[in-house]
Design a protein around this ligand. Structure first.
Ligand SMILES: [Cu+2]
Length: 144
């Protein structure tokens, strides 16, 4: 076979592989994937503790999160998850639910978005700024 034909075939294979990589593999990682799973999570603002319980969640990249947020306090809180574009009020003594999707792998930190005071909890000072947590989204995309 002519060596130029071999070179052209080789070039076509390399370019083709590049197109497949960018079109399929890279897009999944960059744009996010959808598992079709709806994961129900519950987070509680514990009464007079300035604490979210639990403070950590594990989910998969691509999950839809249906979150129930319970405020046990007689005063307002809020929950903000900036990486997911969530900002939700948690009025006193109420339960709210909201949905969002974790399209990308990684950490989605959350925090209380309403200044809610401070106090002593079992001799330890706690307050608004201590109301933080994180949702860990496991990657479903092979990286090698
Ligand atoms: Cu708060």
């Amino acid at each position: 076979m002519n060596k130029y034909v071999i070179l052209i075939i080789l070039a076509a294979v390399i370019i083709g592989a590049g197109v497949v990589y960018r079109g399929v593999i890279q897009d999944d990682a960059a744009k996010g994937i959808d598992t079709g799973v709806v994961r129900e999570l519950t987070v509680i603002a514990k009464k007079n503790e300035w604490r979210f319980v639990p403070e950590e969640f594990e989910v998969n990249q691509g999950d839809t999160i249906k979150m129930t947020a319970i405020n046990e306090d007689d005063y307002d809180h809020g929950i903000a998850i900036e990486a997911a574009g969530v900002s939700q009020k948690m009025p006193a003594n109420s339960t709210v639910t909201f949905e969002f999707k974790v399209t990308k792998a990684g950490d989605y930190p959350f925090y209380c978005s309403v200044p809610c005071g401070e106090g002593e909890v079992n001799g330890v000072h706690r307050g608004h700024v201590d109301m933080i947590g994180v949702i860990h989204a496991r990657s479903l995309v092979e990286t090698e």
